[in-house]
Unconditional design. Structure first.
Lengths: 519, 129
Protein backbone atom coordinates (compact mmCIF):
# COMPACT_ATOMS: atom_id res chain seq x y z
CA UNK A 1 0.00 0.00 0.00
CA UNK A 2 2.70 2.47 1.04
CA UNK A 3 4.88 1.60 -1.94
CA UNK A 4 1.98 2.07 -4.30
CA UNK A 5 1.06 5.41 -2.76
CA UNK A 6 4.67 6.56 -2.91
CA UNK A 7 4.81 5.50 -6.58
CA UNK A 8 1.68 7.51 -7.47
CA UNK A 9 2.99 10.48 -5.45
CA UNK A 10 6.26 10.35 -7.35
CA UNK A 11 4.55 10.21 -10.74
CA UNK A 12 2.45 13.28 -9.89
CA UNK A 13 5.50 15.05 -8.50
CA UNK A 14 7.54 14.23 -11.62
CA UNK A 15 4.82 15.54 -13.93
CA UNK A 16 4.44 18.77 -11.96
CA UNK A 17 8.21 19.31 -11.85
CA UNK A 18 8.40 18.87 -15.62
CA UNK A 19 5.66 21.48 -15.95
CA UNK A 20 7.65 23.79 -13.68
CA UNK A 21 10.80 23.31 -15.76
CA UNK A 22 8.85 24.13 -18.91
CA UNK A 23 7.12 27.12 -17.26
CA UNK A 24 10.38 28.47 -15.84
CA UNK A 25 11.70 29.03 -19.36
CA UNK A 26 8.67 31.20 -20.12
CA UNK A 27 8.80 33.21 -16.89
CA UNK A 28 10.99 36.31 -17.11
CA UNK A 29 8.90 39.44 -16.54
CA UNK A 30 6.74 40.42 -13.56
CA UNK A 31 3.67 40.06 -15.74
CA UNK A 32 4.66 36.48 -16.56
CA UNK A 33 5.53 35.73 -12.95
CA UNK A 34 2.30 37.07 -11.41
CA UNK A 35 -0.20 36.70 -14.25
CA UNK A 36 1.19 34.23 -16.81
CA UNK A 37 1.60 37.22 -19.14
CA UNK A 38 -2.20 37.46 -19.44
CA UNK A 39 -1.99 34.74 -22.05
CA UNK A 40 -4.22 31.93 -20.74
CA UNK A 41 -7.26 30.71 -22.62
CA UNK A 42 -10.73 30.56 -21.05
CA UNK A 43 -10.50 26.79 -20.75
CA UNK A 44 -7.06 26.86 -19.13
CA UNK A 45 -8.04 29.55 -16.65
CA UNK A 46 -11.42 27.90 -16.06
CA UNK A 47 -9.85 24.56 -15.15
CA UNK A 48 -7.34 26.32 -12.91
CA UNK A 49 -10.11 28.36 -11.27
CA UNK A 50 -12.15 25.20 -10.72
CA UNK A 51 -9.02 23.49 -9.39
CA UNK A 52 -8.46 26.33 -6.92
CA UNK A 53 -12.01 25.93 -5.74
CA UNK A 54 -12.02 22.11 -5.57
CA UNK A 55 -9.42 22.15 -2.81
CA UNK A 56 -8.78 19.08 -0.69
CA UNK A 57 -10.61 20.85 2.13
CA UNK A 58 -13.63 21.23 -0.15
CA UNK A 59 -13.87 17.78 -1.67
CA UNK A 60 -12.90 15.85 1.45
CA UNK A 61 -14.85 18.24 3.67
CA UNK A 62 -18.12 18.46 1.72
CA UNK A 63 -18.43 14.70 1.15
CA UNK A 64 -17.47 14.07 4.79
CA UNK A 65 -20.08 16.49 6.11
CA UNK A 66 -22.76 14.89 3.93
CA UNK A 67 -21.79 11.41 5.09
CA UNK A 68 -22.14 12.35 8.77
CA UNK A 69 -24.73 15.14 8.82
CA UNK A 70 -26.67 14.84 5.56
CA UNK A 71 -28.21 17.88 3.95
CA UNK A 72 -26.21 20.56 5.78
CA UNK A 73 -23.14 19.24 3.95
CA UNK A 74 -24.97 19.64 0.63
CA UNK A 75 -25.86 23.23 1.57
CA UNK A 76 -22.17 23.94 2.19
CA UNK A 77 -21.28 22.73 -1.31
CA UNK A 78 -24.02 24.63 -3.14
CA UNK A 79 -23.19 27.89 -1.33
CA UNK A 80 -19.59 27.54 -2.47
CA UNK A 81 -20.81 27.39 -6.07
CA UNK A 82 -23.50 30.11 -5.96
CA UNK A 83 -20.74 32.45 -4.77
CA UNK A 84 -19.37 32.60 -8.28
CA UNK A 85 -22.50 34.39 -9.53
CA UNK A 86 -21.34 37.43 -7.55
CA UNK A 87 -17.77 36.97 -8.76
CA UNK A 88 -18.96 36.75 -12.36
CA UNK A 89 -21.43 39.62 -12.40
CA UNK A 90 -19.97 42.07 -9.88
CA UNK A 91 -16.22 41.85 -9.38
CA UNK A 92 -14.47 39.86 -12.14
CA UNK A 93 -14.69 42.45 -14.88
CA UNK A 94 -13.89 45.67 -12.96
CA UNK A 95 -11.06 43.91 -11.13
CA UNK A 96 -9.42 42.75 -14.31
CA UNK A 97 -9.99 46.05 -16.10
CA UNK A 98 -8.61 48.24 -13.34
CA UNK A 99 -5.76 46.18 -11.87
CA UNK A 100 -2.62 44.42 -13.00
CA UNK A 101 -1.60 41.71 -10.54
CA UNK A 102 -3.30 42.12 -7.19
CA UNK A 103 -6.39 43.15 -5.23
CA UNK A 104 -4.29 46.08 -3.93
CA UNK A 105 -3.85 47.32 -7.52
CA UNK A 106 -7.59 47.90 -7.87
CA UNK A 107 -7.92 49.77 -4.58
CA UNK A 108 -4.80 51.86 -5.36
CA UNK A 109 -6.03 52.65 -8.87
CA UNK A 110 -9.22 54.04 -7.35
CA UNK A 111 -7.81 55.85 -4.30
CA UNK A 112 -4.33 56.88 -5.50
CA UNK A 113 -3.07 56.58 -1.92
CA UNK A 114 -0.41 54.17 -0.63
CA UNK A 115 -2.36 53.81 2.62
CA UNK A 116 -5.39 52.45 0.73
CA UNK A 117 -3.15 49.94 -1.01
CA UNK A 118 -1.66 49.01 2.35
CA UNK A 119 -5.12 48.25 3.76
CA UNK A 120 -5.85 45.93 0.82
CA UNK A 121 -2.46 44.29 1.27
CA UNK A 122 -3.22 43.52 4.90
CA UNK A 123 -6.58 42.03 3.90
CA UNK A 124 -4.83 39.87 1.31
CA UNK A 125 -2.17 38.58 3.67
CA UNK A 126 -4.56 37.79 6.54
CA UNK A 127 -7.00 35.92 4.27
CA UNK A 128 -4.25 33.98 2.51
CA UNK A 129 -2.49 32.91 5.69
CA UNK A 130 -5.73 31.91 7.37
CA UNK A 131 -6.50 29.90 4.22
CA UNK A 132 -3.04 28.37 3.91
CA UNK A 133 -2.38 27.11 7.44
CA UNK A 134 -5.28 24.60 7.52
CA UNK A 135 -4.20 23.32 4.08
CA UNK A 136 -0.65 22.79 5.36
CA UNK A 137 -1.77 21.06 8.50
CA UNK A 138 -4.26 18.96 6.49
CA UNK A 139 -1.46 17.91 4.18
CA UNK A 140 0.70 16.99 7.14
CA UNK A 141 -2.03 14.84 8.66
CA UNK A 142 -2.88 13.20 5.33
CA UNK A 143 0.68 12.27 4.41
CA UNK A 144 1.40 11.06 7.91
CA UNK A 145 -1.65 8.82 7.64
CA UNK A 146 -0.71 7.50 4.21
CA UNK A 147 3.05 7.20 4.21
CA UNK A 148 3.71 7.06 7.93
CA UNK A 149 6.21 9.92 7.71
CA UNK A 150 6.18 12.32 10.68
CA UNK A 151 3.91 15.38 10.49
CA UNK A 152 6.86 17.81 10.47
CA UNK A 153 8.53 16.10 7.53
CA UNK A 154 5.24 16.06 5.63
CA UNK A 155 4.64 19.78 6.12
CA UNK A 156 8.18 20.60 5.01
CA UNK A 157 7.69 18.39 1.92
CA UNK A 158 4.59 20.36 0.96
CA UNK A 159 6.43 23.63 1.57
CA UNK A 160 9.38 22.65 -0.61
CA UNK A 161 7.09 21.39 -3.38
CA UNK A 162 5.02 24.56 -3.60
CA UNK A 163 8.12 26.76 -3.36
CA UNK A 164 9.72 25.00 -6.32
CA UNK A 165 6.57 25.50 -8.43
CA UNK A 166 6.12 29.16 -7.57
CA UNK A 167 9.78 30.29 -7.40
CA UNK A 168 10.74 28.89 -10.76
CA UNK A 169 7.51 28.65 -12.69
CA UNK A 170 5.47 31.55 -11.28
CA UNK A 171 1.84 31.77 -12.40
CA UNK A 172 2.36 29.56 -15.45
CA UNK A 173 3.53 26.61 -13.37
CA UNK A 174 0.96 27.29 -10.64
CA UNK A 175 -1.82 27.30 -13.23
CA UNK A 176 -0.74 24.10 -14.96
CA UNK A 177 -0.21 22.24 -11.69
CA UNK A 178 -3.75 23.32 -10.82
CA UNK A 179 -5.07 22.14 -14.21
CA UNK A 180 -3.41 18.72 -13.86
CA UNK A 181 -4.87 18.32 -10.39
CA UNK A 182 -8.36 19.42 -11.55
CA UNK A 183 -8.32 16.87 -14.37
CA UNK A 184 -7.11 14.07 -12.06
CA UNK A 185 -9.78 14.96 -9.51
CA UNK A 186 -12.56 15.07 -12.09
CA UNK A 187 -11.51 11.72 -13.59
CA UNK A 188 -11.46 10.21 -10.10
CA UNK A 189 -14.92 11.65 -9.43
CA UNK A 190 -16.31 10.23 -12.68
CA UNK A 191 -14.93 6.77 -11.86
CA UNK A 192 -16.20 6.89 -8.27
CA UNK A 193 -19.67 8.14 -9.17
CA UNK A 194 -20.08 5.62 -12.01
CA UNK A 195 -19.13 2.81 -9.65
CA UNK A 196 -21.34 3.94 -6.80
CA UNK A 197 -24.27 4.44 -9.18
CA UNK A 198 -23.65 0.99 -10.65
CA UNK A 199 -23.90 -0.38 -7.11
CA UNK A 200 -27.45 1.00 -6.84
CA UNK A 201 -28.45 0.11 -10.44
CA UNK A 202 -28.12 3.73 -11.60
CA UNK A 203 -30.94 4.97 -9.41
CA UNK A 204 -29.66 7.91 -7.32
CA UNK A 205 -32.95 7.98 -5.42
CA UNK A 206 -32.10 4.54 -4.05
CA UNK A 207 -29.18 6.20 -2.21
CA UNK A 208 -31.58 8.66 -0.57
CA UNK A 209 -33.87 5.79 0.42
CA UNK A 210 -31.02 3.73 1.91
CA UNK A 211 -29.65 6.65 3.86
CA UNK A 212 -33.09 7.31 5.29
CA UNK A 213 -33.52 3.65 6.20
CA UNK A 214 -30.10 3.42 7.90
CA UNK A 215 -29.78 6.79 9.59
CA UNK A 216 -33.27 8.27 9.69
CA UNK A 217 -35.11 11.05 7.86
CA UNK A 218 -32.99 13.75 9.56
CA UNK A 219 -30.19 13.07 7.05
CA UNK A 220 -32.43 14.40 4.27
CA UNK A 221 -33.38 17.61 6.05
CA UNK A 222 -31.34 20.57 7.29
CA UNK A 223 -30.26 20.92 10.91
CA UNK A 224 -27.88 17.96 11.21
CA UNK A 225 -24.75 20.08 11.50
CA UNK A 226 -25.97 23.58 12.19
CA UNK A 227 -27.69 24.18 15.50
CA UNK A 228 -28.56 27.88 15.30
CA UNK A 229 -31.23 28.81 12.70
CA UNK A 230 -29.02 31.71 11.55
CA UNK A 231 -26.07 29.41 10.87
CA UNK A 232 -27.14 28.45 7.37
CA UNK A 233 -27.83 32.05 6.43
CA UNK A 234 -24.48 33.14 7.81
CA UNK A 235 -22.69 30.35 5.96
CA UNK A 236 -24.32 31.51 2.72
CA UNK A 237 -23.41 35.15 3.43
CA UNK A 238 -19.76 34.20 4.10
CA UNK A 239 -19.41 32.14 0.97
CA UNK A 240 -21.47 34.18 -1.46
CA UNK A 241 -19.76 37.48 -0.62
CA UNK A 242 -16.50 36.07 0.69
CA UNK A 243 -15.41 34.38 -2.51
CA UNK A 244 -15.69 37.74 -4.28
CA UNK A 245 -13.19 39.03 -1.71
CA UNK A 246 -10.63 36.22 -2.03
CA UNK A 247 -7.41 37.74 -3.42
CA UNK A 248 -6.16 34.52 -5.04
CA UNK A 249 -9.43 34.21 -6.95
CA UNK A 250 -9.15 37.83 -8.19
CA UNK A 251 -5.59 37.16 -9.33
CA UNK A 252 -6.86 34.49 -11.72
CA UNK A 253 -8.67 37.17 -13.76
CA UNK A 254 -5.37 38.87 -14.58
CA UNK A 255 -4.10 35.75 -16.34
CA UNK A 256 -6.43 36.07 -19.36
CA UNK A 257 -6.17 38.55 -22.23
CA UNK A 258 -9.63 40.21 -22.05
CA UNK A 259 -12.95 40.35 -20.18
CA UNK A 260 -14.63 38.01 -22.66
CA UNK A 261 -12.15 35.31 -21.76
CA UNK A 262 -12.47 36.13 -18.06
CA UNK A 263 -16.25 35.59 -18.19
CA UNK A 264 -15.92 32.37 -20.16
CA UNK A 265 -13.45 31.01 -17.63
CA UNK A 266 -16.04 31.48 -14.88
CA UNK A 267 -18.44 29.48 -17.03
CA UNK A 268 -15.94 26.59 -17.11
CA UNK A 269 -15.71 26.76 -13.33
CA UNK A 270 -19.50 26.79 -12.99
CA UNK A 271 -19.85 23.52 -14.85
CA UNK A 272 -16.67 21.75 -13.70
CA UNK A 273 -16.77 22.62 -10.00
CA UNK A 274 -20.59 22.69 -10.02
CA UNK A 275 -20.94 19.11 -11.24
CA UNK A 276 -18.26 18.06 -8.81
CA UNK A 277 -19.88 19.77 -5.81
CA UNK A 278 -23.22 18.27 -6.81
CA UNK A 279 -21.90 14.71 -6.72
CA UNK A 280 -20.26 15.21 -3.31
CA UNK A 281 -23.79 14.60 -1.99
CA UNK A 282 -23.96 11.22 -3.76
CA UNK A 283 -20.42 10.38 -2.61
CA UNK A 284 -21.26 11.36 0.97
CA UNK A 285 -24.44 9.27 1.03
CA UNK A 286 -22.71 6.30 -0.60
CA UNK A 287 -19.93 6.37 1.99
CA UNK A 288 -22.47 6.54 4.81
CA UNK A 289 -24.24 3.52 3.30
CA UNK A 290 -21.34 1.36 2.18
CA UNK A 291 -18.60 2.33 4.63
CA UNK A 292 -20.81 3.33 7.56
CA UNK A 293 -20.77 6.43 9.76
CA UNK A 294 -19.01 4.63 12.62
CA UNK A 295 -16.07 3.63 10.45
CA UNK A 296 -15.88 7.13 8.92
CA UNK A 297 -15.93 8.72 12.36
CA UNK A 298 -13.33 6.29 13.66
CA UNK A 299 -10.97 7.24 10.83
CA UNK A 300 -11.45 10.98 11.33
CA UNK A 301 -13.82 12.75 13.71
CA UNK A 302 -14.72 15.41 11.16
CA UNK A 303 -15.53 12.86 8.45
CA UNK A 304 -12.75 14.07 6.17
CA UNK A 305 -11.77 10.53 5.14
CA UNK A 306 -15.23 9.50 3.93
CA UNK A 307 -14.31 9.89 0.26
CA UNK A 308 -10.99 7.95 0.43
CA UNK A 309 -12.71 5.19 2.43
CA UNK A 310 -15.50 4.96 -0.15
CA UNK A 311 -12.88 4.71 -2.90
CA UNK A 312 -11.23 1.87 -1.02
CA UNK A 313 -14.58 0.11 -0.64
CA UNK A 314 -15.56 0.50 -4.30
CA UNK A 315 -12.14 -0.71 -5.42
CA UNK A 316 -12.76 -3.99 -3.64
CA UNK A 317 -12.31 -3.21 0.05
CA UNK A 318 -9.38 -2.94 2.43
CA UNK A 319 -6.61 -5.39 1.63
CA UNK A 320 -7.69 -6.02 -1.96
CA UNK A 321 -5.45 -4.82 -4.78
CA UNK A 322 -8.22 -2.68 -6.31
CA UNK A 323 -9.01 -1.12 -2.95
CA UNK A 324 -5.36 -0.24 -2.44
CA UNK A 325 -5.00 1.31 -5.89
CA UNK A 326 -8.15 3.39 -5.41
CA UNK A 327 -7.21 4.59 -1.94
CA UNK A 328 -3.65 5.41 -2.99
CA UNK A 329 -4.85 7.35 -6.04
CA UNK A 330 -7.34 9.41 -4.06
CA UNK A 331 -4.77 10.24 -1.39
CA UNK A 332 -2.20 11.21 -4.00
CA UNK A 333 -4.77 13.46 -5.71
CA UNK A 334 -5.63 15.04 -2.36
CA UNK A 335 -1.94 15.73 -1.84
CA UNK A 336 -1.65 17.23 -5.33
CA UNK A 337 -4.74 19.33 -4.58
CA UNK A 338 -3.17 20.74 -1.43
CA UNK A 339 0.11 21.48 -3.23
CA UNK A 340 -1.69 23.27 -6.06
CA UNK A 341 -3.89 25.35 -3.77
CA UNK A 342 -1.06 26.43 -1.46
CA UNK A 343 1.02 27.32 -4.53
CA UNK A 344 -1.75 29.65 -5.72
CA UNK A 345 -2.07 31.21 -2.26
CA UNK A 346 1.70 31.64 -1.99
CA UNK A 347 1.80 33.40 -5.34
CA UNK A 348 -1.04 35.75 -4.40
CA UNK A 349 0.64 36.51 -1.06
CA UNK A 350 4.00 37.18 -2.66
CA UNK A 351 2.22 39.60 -5.02
CA UNK A 352 0.82 41.42 -2.00
CA UNK A 353 4.22 41.61 -0.28
CA UNK A 354 6.51 42.26 -3.26
CA UNK A 355 4.28 44.16 -5.70
CA UNK A 356 1.99 46.01 -3.27
CA UNK A 357 4.02 46.46 -0.10
CA UNK A 358 7.61 46.71 -1.33
CA UNK A 359 7.43 48.04 -4.88
CA UNK A 360 4.46 50.38 -4.54
CA UNK A 361 4.04 51.35 -0.88
CA UNK A 362 7.69 51.42 0.24
CA UNK A 363 9.46 52.34 -2.99
CA UNK A 364 6.63 54.33 -4.60
CA UNK A 365 6.79 52.28 -7.80
CA UNK A 366 10.38 53.25 -8.61
CA UNK A 367 11.71 49.73 -9.07
CA UNK A 368 12.97 48.36 -12.37
CA UNK A 369 11.61 45.20 -13.95
CA UNK A 370 14.53 42.89 -13.12
CA UNK A 371 14.50 43.92 -9.48
CA UNK A 372 10.72 43.46 -9.31
CA UNK A 373 11.05 39.86 -10.43
CA UNK A 374 13.86 39.30 -7.92
CA UNK A 375 11.81 40.83 -5.11
CA UNK A 376 8.81 38.71 -6.11
CA UNK A 377 10.93 35.57 -5.73
CA UNK A 378 12.34 36.70 -2.36
CA UNK A 379 8.80 37.40 -1.14
CA UNK A 380 7.71 33.95 -2.35
CA UNK A 381 10.49 32.38 -0.33
CA UNK A 382 9.48 34.35 2.76
CA UNK A 383 5.82 33.42 2.37
CA UNK A 384 6.75 29.76 1.87
CA UNK A 385 8.94 29.68 4.97
CA UNK A 386 6.25 31.44 7.01
CA UNK A 387 3.60 28.99 5.78
CA UNK A 388 5.76 26.00 6.74
CA UNK A 389 6.53 27.50 10.16
CA UNK A 390 2.85 28.18 10.85
CA UNK A 391 1.95 24.73 9.52
CA UNK A 392 4.40 23.18 12.00
CA UNK A 393 3.01 25.27 14.86
CA UNK A 394 -0.53 24.23 13.94
CA UNK A 395 0.13 20.57 14.68
CA UNK A 396 -2.50 19.15 16.99
CA UNK A 397 -4.39 22.44 17.14
CA UNK A 398 -7.90 22.52 15.73
CA UNK A 399 -7.41 24.82 12.76
CA UNK A 400 -11.09 24.71 11.76
CA UNK A 401 -11.57 28.24 13.06
CA UNK A 402 -9.00 29.51 10.54
CA UNK A 403 -11.03 28.22 7.59
CA UNK A 404 -13.99 30.20 8.89
CA UNK A 405 -11.77 33.20 9.53
CA UNK A 406 -10.37 33.24 5.97
CA UNK A 407 -13.76 33.38 4.30
CA UNK A 408 -15.24 35.75 6.92
CA UNK A 409 -12.45 38.30 6.61
CA UNK A 410 -12.80 38.07 2.83
CA UNK A 411 -16.56 38.76 3.11
CA UNK A 412 -16.38 41.39 5.85
CA UNK A 413 -13.23 43.38 5.00
CA UNK A 414 -12.14 42.70 1.38
CA UNK A 415 -15.61 42.48 -0.18
CA UNK A 416 -16.98 45.78 1.19
CA UNK A 417 -13.91 47.75 0.13
CA UNK A 418 -13.75 46.25 -3.35
CA UNK A 419 -17.45 46.68 -4.05
CA UNK A 420 -17.58 50.23 -2.67
CA UNK A 421 -14.43 51.16 -4.57
CA UNK A 422 -16.03 49.98 -7.78
CA UNK A 423 -19.44 51.58 -7.38
CA UNK A 424 -19.53 54.32 -4.73
CA UNK A 425 -18.31 57.73 -5.86
CA UNK A 426 -18.08 59.22 -2.35
CA UNK A 427 -15.98 56.29 -1.00
CA UNK A 428 -12.46 57.41 -0.02
CA UNK A 429 -9.18 56.26 1.50
CA UNK A 430 -10.40 56.76 5.08
CA UNK A 431 -13.36 54.54 4.17
CA UNK A 432 -11.03 51.84 2.85
CA UNK A 433 -9.04 51.87 6.07
CA UNK A 434 -12.19 52.03 8.23
CA UNK A 435 -13.88 49.19 6.34
CA UNK A 436 -10.80 47.02 6.46
CA UNK A 437 -10.30 47.61 10.19
CA UNK A 438 -13.96 47.12 11.13
CA UNK A 439 -14.36 43.98 8.98
CA UNK A 440 -11.08 42.44 10.07
CA UNK A 441 -11.41 43.10 13.80
CA UNK A 442 -15.06 42.02 13.99
CA UNK A 443 -14.42 38.80 12.01
CA UNK A 444 -11.46 37.81 14.14
CA UNK A 445 -13.22 38.66 17.41
CA UNK A 446 -16.47 36.90 16.51
CA UNK A 447 -14.79 33.85 14.96
CA UNK A 448 -12.73 33.29 18.09
CA UNK A 449 -15.73 33.98 20.36
CA UNK A 450 -17.84 31.54 18.34
CA UNK A 451 -18.51 27.79 18.59
CA UNK A 452 -15.64 26.83 16.25
CA UNK A 453 -13.09 27.96 18.81
CA UNK A 454 -14.86 28.11 22.19
CA UNK A 455 -17.15 25.12 21.58
CA UNK A 456 -19.94 24.92 24.15
CA UNK A 457 -18.75 28.06 25.99
CA UNK A 458 -19.15 30.21 22.89
CA UNK A 459 -19.92 33.86 23.55
CA UNK A 460 -21.26 34.30 20.00
CA UNK A 461 -23.74 31.65 18.87
CA UNK A 462 -23.07 31.49 15.12
CA UNK A 463 -20.21 29.53 13.55
CA UNK A 464 -19.59 31.84 10.57
CA UNK A 465 -19.57 35.41 11.87
CA UNK A 466 -20.13 37.04 8.45
CA UNK A 467 -23.84 37.67 9.01
CA UNK A 468 -22.77 40.17 11.69
CA UNK A 469 -19.24 41.11 10.66
CA UNK A 470 -20.02 41.93 7.01
CA UNK A 471 -22.55 44.65 7.95
CA UNK A 472 -19.98 45.91 10.50
CA UNK A 473 -17.37 46.07 7.73
CA UNK A 474 -19.74 48.01 5.45
CA UNK A 475 -20.70 50.30 8.33
CA UNK A 476 -17.05 51.03 9.14
CA UNK A 477 -16.39 51.86 5.49
CA UNK A 478 -19.42 54.15 5.33
CA UNK A 479 -18.76 55.89 8.64
CA UNK A 480 -15.10 56.69 7.97
CA UNK A 481 -16.00 57.91 4.48
CA UNK A 482 -18.66 60.27 5.82
CA UNK A 483 -16.38 61.60 8.58
CA UNK A 484 -13.57 62.49 6.20
CA UNK A 485 -13.07 64.47 3.03
CA UNK A 486 -11.85 63.17 -0.30
CA UNK A 487 -8.73 64.52 -1.97
CA UNK A 488 -8.79 67.48 -4.38
CA UNK A 489 -8.82 65.13 -7.38
CA UNK A 490 -11.33 62.74 -5.81
CA UNK A 491 -14.05 63.11 -8.45
CA UNK A 492 -11.64 62.99 -11.38
CA UNK A 493 -10.03 59.89 -9.94
CA UNK A 494 -13.39 58.20 -9.59
CA UNK A 495 -14.44 59.13 -13.13
CA UNK A 496 -11.23 57.72 -14.60
CA UNK A 497 -11.43 54.58 -12.50
CA UNK A 498 -15.10 53.97 -13.20
CA UNK A 499 -14.79 54.40 -16.96
CA UNK A 500 -11.79 52.09 -17.05
CA UNK A 501 -13.31 49.46 -14.78
CA UNK A 502 -16.56 49.35 -16.76
CA UNK A 503 -15.21 49.51 -20.30
CA UNK A 504 -11.72 48.03 -20.13
CA UNK A 505 -10.40 51.08 -21.99
CA UNK A 506 -6.63 51.23 -21.80
CA UNK A 507 -5.42 53.88 -19.31
CA UNK A 508 -3.53 55.53 -22.20
CA UNK A 509 -6.84 56.45 -23.79
CA UNK A 510 -7.96 58.53 -20.84
CA UNK A 511 -6.48 61.86 -19.82
CA UNK A 512 -4.61 61.58 -16.56
CA UNK A 513 -5.84 63.70 -13.64
CA UNK A 514 -3.95 66.97 -13.31
CA UNK A 515 -1.98 66.08 -10.18
CA UNK A 516 0.82 63.54 -10.11
CA UNK A 517 -0.03 59.91 -9.51
CA UNK A 518 1.42 58.61 -6.33
CA UNK A 519 0.31 55.09 -5.68
CA UNK B 1 12.04 51.16 -19.15
CA UNK B 2 11.95 49.41 -22.47
CA UNK B 3 10.02 46.47 -21.06
CA UNK B 4 7.59 48.92 -19.56
CA UNK B 5 6.95 50.50 -22.93
CA UNK B 6 6.23 47.17 -24.59
CA UNK B 7 3.98 46.34 -21.69
CA UNK B 8 2.10 49.60 -22.25
CA UNK B 9 1.58 49.09 -25.93
CA UNK B 10 0.56 45.49 -25.34
CA UNK B 11 -2.12 46.67 -22.94
CA UNK B 12 -3.33 49.26 -25.41
CA UNK B 13 -3.73 46.56 -28.01
CA UNK B 14 -5.44 44.18 -25.68
CA UNK B 15 -7.59 46.44 -23.56
CA UNK B 16 -8.61 48.97 -26.16
CA UNK B 17 -11.53 47.24 -27.79
CA UNK B 18 -11.17 49.11 -31.05
CA UNK B 19 -7.93 49.71 -32.89
CA UNK B 20 -6.56 53.15 -32.10
CA UNK B 21 -5.45 55.31 -35.04
CA UNK B 22 -1.84 54.85 -33.97
CA UNK B 23 -0.49 52.87 -31.07
CA UNK B 24 2.10 55.46 -30.11
CA UNK B 25 -0.28 58.38 -29.68
CA UNK B 26 -3.70 56.99 -28.78
CA UNK B 27 -6.57 59.44 -28.86
CA UNK B 28 -7.22 60.57 -25.31
CA UNK B 29 -10.51 61.62 -23.77
CA UNK B 30 -11.30 63.19 -20.44
CA UNK B 31 -12.87 60.52 -18.22
CA UNK B 32 -15.75 62.84 -17.35
CA UNK B 33 -16.60 63.36 -21.02
CA UNK B 34 -16.67 59.60 -21.52
CA UNK B 35 -18.72 59.12 -18.36
CA UNK B 36 -21.44 61.43 -19.69
CA UNK B 37 -21.26 60.24 -23.28
CA UNK B 38 -24.26 58.55 -24.84
CA UNK B 39 -22.44 55.33 -25.58
CA UNK B 40 -21.14 54.98 -22.02
CA UNK B 41 -24.56 55.64 -20.51
CA UNK B 42 -26.02 53.04 -22.87
CA UNK B 43 -23.40 50.53 -21.75
CA UNK B 44 -24.17 51.15 -18.08
CA UNK B 45 -27.92 50.93 -18.53
CA UNK B 46 -27.50 47.67 -20.49
CA UNK B 47 -25.40 46.30 -17.64
CA UNK B 48 -27.97 47.36 -15.07
CA UNK B 49 -30.81 45.82 -17.07
CA UNK B 50 -29.00 42.48 -17.16
CA UNK B 51 -27.19 42.26 -13.83
CA UNK B 52 -29.85 43.62 -11.47
CA UNK B 53 -32.60 41.13 -12.35
CA UNK B 54 -30.30 38.14 -12.90
CA UNK B 55 -28.24 38.59 -9.74
CA UNK B 56 -31.19 39.90 -7.71
CA UNK B 57 -33.45 36.95 -8.44
CA UNK B 58 -30.75 34.32 -8.03
CA UNK B 59 -29.43 35.71 -4.76
CA UNK B 60 -32.95 36.18 -3.42
CA UNK B 61 -33.73 32.55 -4.21
CA UNK B 62 -30.44 31.24 -2.76
CA UNK B 63 -30.84 33.18 0.48
CA UNK B 64 -34.48 32.10 0.69
CA UNK B 65 -33.30 28.48 0.67
CA UNK B 66 -30.79 29.32 3.43
CA UNK B 67 -33.50 30.95 5.54
CA UNK B 68 -35.93 28.08 5.01
CA UNK B 69 -33.20 25.62 6.03
CA UNK B 70 -32.59 27.52 9.23
CA UNK B 71 -36.13 28.41 10.23
CA UNK B 72 -38.35 25.81 8.54
CA UNK B 73 -36.45 22.50 8.58
CA UNK B 74 -39.81 20.71 8.82
CA UNK B 75 -40.93 22.18 5.51
CA UNK B 76 -37.64 21.16 3.91
CA UNK B 77 -38.14 17.59 5.17
CA UNK B 78 -41.42 17.14 3.22
CA UNK B 79 -41.14 14.15 0.93
CA UNK B 80 -41.39 14.87 -2.79
CA UNK B 81 -40.60 11.53 -4.40
CA UNK B 82 -39.85 8.50 -2.24
CA UNK B 83 -37.16 9.55 0.22
CA UNK B 84 -36.26 12.64 -1.86
CA UNK B 85 -37.18 15.78 0.10
CA UNK B 86 -38.31 19.28 -0.82
CA UNK B 87 -35.05 20.56 0.67
CA UNK B 88 -32.99 18.57 -1.79
CA UNK B 89 -35.21 19.65 -4.65
CA UNK B 90 -34.59 23.31 -3.74
CA UNK B 91 -30.83 22.70 -3.45
CA UNK B 92 -30.80 20.95 -6.83
CA UNK B 93 -32.63 23.97 -8.25
CA UNK B 94 -29.80 26.24 -7.03
CA UNK B 95 -27.36 24.25 -9.16
CA UNK B 96 -29.66 24.50 -12.17
CA UNK B 97 -30.16 28.21 -11.57
CA UNK B 98 -26.40 28.86 -11.29
CA UNK B 99 -25.86 27.20 -14.65
CA UNK B 100 -28.71 28.88 -16.47
CA UNK B 101 -27.97 32.33 -15.03
CA UNK B 102 -24.23 32.18 -15.70
CA UNK B 103 -24.70 30.99 -19.28
CA UNK B 104 -27.30 33.70 -19.90
CA UNK B 105 -25.06 36.39 -18.42
CA UNK B 106 -21.95 35.38 -20.35
CA UNK B 107 -23.87 35.15 -23.63
CA UNK B 108 -25.35 38.63 -23.22
CA UNK B 109 -22.20 40.20 -21.78
CA UNK B 110 -19.86 38.82 -24.42
CA UNK B 111 -22.13 40.07 -27.18
CA UNK B 112 -23.80 43.26 -25.99
CA UNK B 113 -21.38 44.64 -23.42
CA UNK B 114 -18.35 44.06 -25.59
CA UNK B 115 -19.97 45.71 -28.59
CA UNK B 116 -21.04 48.67 -26.47
CA UNK B 117 -17.61 49.04 -24.89
CA UNK B 118 -16.16 49.10 -28.40
CA UNK B 119 -18.70 51.82 -29.17
CA UNK B 120 -17.38 53.93 -26.29
CA UNK B 121 -13.88 53.52 -27.63
CA UNK B 122 -14.92 54.41 -31.18
CA UNK B 123 -16.69 57.49 -29.95
CA UNK B 124 -13.45 58.73 -28.36
CA UNK B 125 -11.73 58.32 -31.72
CA UNK B 126 -14.67 59.89 -33.54
CA UNK B 127 -14.75 62.96 -31.31
CA UNK B 128 -11.08 63.56 -31.87
CA UNK B 129 -11.32 63.60 -35.63
Amino acid sequence: MKLLTVAIFLVILAVTLMITWWAARKTHTTSEFYAAGGSLSARENGFALAGDWMSAAAFLGFSGLVSLYGMDGSLYAVAALAAFLVVLMVVAEPVRNAGRFTFGDVIAERMKRPSARLAATIGTIVVNIAYMVPQMSGAGALIKLMLGVPYDVAVIMVGVGMLVYVLFGGMIATTWVQIVKAVLLLVAAIVLVSMLLAAVHFDPLALFASVEKLYGAKMLAPGGYFKNPLDTLSLFVSFIFGVAGLPHVMTRFYTVPDSKTARKSVLWLMFLAGSFFMVTTLIGFASAIFVGQDVIRAADKGGNLALPLLAQYLGGGAGSLGGQIFLASICAIAFAAILAVVAGLTLASSGAIAHDLYVNVIRGGAVDEAEQVRVARIATLLVGVAAVALGLLAQGINVGVLVILAISVAASANFPIIVLSIFWRRFNTAGVIGGMTAGLVSSVALAFAGPAFMHEHALFPIVNPAVASMPIGFFGAWLCTMLSRGSATHDDDFDAFFVRAQTGLAPERLQAPTTHRNT
Amino acid sequence: METEMTELSRRVLINGSAPSPTIDTPVRAAPRTVLHSRSFRQLMSAKRRVVVPLLGVSLAYTFAVALLSGFAPGLMAIKVDGAFTLGYLLVLAIYGMCWVVSVAYVLVANRTFEAQAAHVSNEIDGDAR
